[in-house]
Design a protein around this ligand. Structure first.
Ligand code: 6PG
Length: 470
């Protein structure tokens, strides 16, 4: 059995095991801990030839690690993470470092960090994105917490992370719970992108009558241009995949009720608390929820009729290009929402986030990686304190080129009865920002009318109240 391991990994499910093997593949000795013997057996088998060892006993696990110890925890968020931490504490010593690399809520990370600091232990939150394959071959790693503690594990994380343009997609993004906050927003953007892509699918399938092979070809074409991204790439593959059972395309056999583990909802909740609108993420969460009301959807379809969905557009190149541009605009507007939320959180919680670094480490390994992130990165390099992403001249130019197509798609979907709430929210968000004067003056008048909440005037300083019924 290897001793003095450089790193420990708790939780040997697929993510934990793959990440451990990834680390060991870069030459770092690693010990795994899991109570289930089958998982340990898998680690032994898959880790043949690598500096890997494993145990089902927490005391033995801790004893296998070089001091001061560094332990990565990869277990389901919530009670499982708390119970693993509890099981290790009796054997740890002052100065040891625990890194929770699961999708934990950032407020849990703050609570755990405070409790462990009181015992002289370091605790960091790290978001790991890239799914099972990413964990094995190179994920994007978003870390938050103490700088000196991070230095101890930096070489391991940088080696294990994906590389983009020769740079590792891993970084200490800021203090406290910033790593988990950034990962949460990453997932919120992921939800929005998935919903937007799903809306383009519906538009092309019901609206333009494209079949699965044609859809696959369209997405694969889009993936060669400005929309180049992981999610578009896998979407193209999904439409060409045959079902082993029936021989028909698998996608048509999948129930249309979208699951979730909660990170999208957390993003929406955090945005509401920080008063930073993320309407396209909100719409994506709402649509996953709505998809589950199958009985009621069937009743509504019976009562009102299912929209035939035949869009007035034809499936010619021009319309597909319009749809592609609409998606490009909506994706940029979604990144803008996510970045604005990060910026607000950084101010409120004192994270000290550098958004250029966030864009940089999202370029590889993670689920929302895309060619657009190069543009985001350039924007934050030009102006690190950019208040709203599309005020950057480079991003503004792209949105100027695309937003009329976004408008055309939203209006033609609305006329055809195709639901595109994520597209609509992106357009509404954009139009609201550029409106100059919003109708919020009326809301102020109404508040003052029924509740004497007062209002401010455009032509004089101070607060005013009117007796509206006099
Ligand atoms: C990633 C993913 C990953 C996972 C999420 C989303 O970045 O690798 O975001 O964390 O897929 O848990 O899952 P849900 O769609 O189930 O919320």
């Amino acid at each position: 059995m290897i001793k003095n391991c450089e790193i420990g990994v708790v939780g040997l499910g697929v993510m934990g095991r793959n990440f451990l093997l990834n680390i060991a593949g870069h030459g770092f000795s690693a010990a795994g801990y899991n109570r289930t013997p089958e998982k340990l057996a898998l680690l032994k088998e898959e880790g043949k030839g690598l500096p890997v060892t494993g145990t089902g006993d927490p005391k033995e696990f801790v004893a296998l690690l070089r001091r001061p110890r560094a332990v990565i925890i990869l277990v389901p968020a919530g009670a499982a993470a708390d119970s693993v931490i509890e099981s290790l504490i009796p054997f740890l010593e002052k100065g040891d470092l625990l890194i929770d690399a699961g999708n934990s809520h950032y407020k849990d990370t703050e609570r755990r960090a405070a409790a462990l600091a009181a015992q002289g232990l370091f605790f960091m939150g790290a978001g790991i994105s890239g799914g099972e394959e990413g964990a094995r071959k190179g994920p994007s790693i978003m870390i938050g917490g103490d700088k000196n503690a991070y230095e101890r594990v930096r070489p391991i994380f940088e080696a294990a992370a994906a590389k983009a343009g020769g740079e590792p997609c891993a970084a200490l993004l800021g203090s406290g719970s910033s790593g988990h906050f950034v990962k949460m927003v990453h997932n919120g953007i992921e939800y929005a992108f998935m919903q937007l892509i799903a809306e383009t699918y519906d538009f092309m399938r019901r609206g333009l009558g494209l079949d699965n092979e044609e859809l696959s070809a369209v997405y694969s074409g889009w993936n060669k241009g400005e929309l180049n991204s992981y999610l578009i790439e896998i979407t193209a593959r999904i439409f060409s995949r045959a079902d082993e059972k029936t021989g028909k395309k698998l996608v048509d056999a999948i129930r249309d009720a979208a699951g979730q583990k909660g990170t999208g909802m957390w993003t929406t909740q955090a945005a509401l608390e920080l008063r930073t609108p993320v309407p396209t993420i909100d719409a994506a969460v709402a649509m996953r929820d709505l998809s589950f009301y199958e009985t009621e959807r069937a009743a509504a379809a019976g009562l009102f009729g299912t929209p035939a969905g035949t869009s007035d557009a034809d499936s010619g190149e021009k319309n597909l290009a319009r749809l592609r541009n609409a998606l490009h605009a909506a994706m940029l507007l979604t990144y803008a929402q996510g970045m604005a939320l990060l910026s607000a959180a950084s101010k409120k919680r004192g994270y000290g986030l550098d958004l250029e670094t966030v864009a940089r480490i999202w370029r590889g390994g993670c689920i929302i990686r895309s060619a657009m992130l190069e543009d985001l990165r350039s924007a934050y390099l030009r102006e690190p304190a950019l208040p709203v992403l599309f005020l950057d001249p480079g991003i503004a130019k792209k949105i100027k080129d695309c937003h009329e197509d976004l408008r055309a798609i939203v209006s033609s979907a609305a006329l055809a009865g195709l639901p595109v709430p994520a597209f609509m929210s992106a357009l509404g968000y954009f139009d609201a920002w550029r409106s100059g004067r919003l109708p919020a003056n009326l809301i102020q008048a109404q508040r003052d009318y029924f509740g004497a909440h007062t209002y401010e005037r455009t032509d004089a300083k101070g607060t005013f109240h009117t007796e509206w019924e006099k």
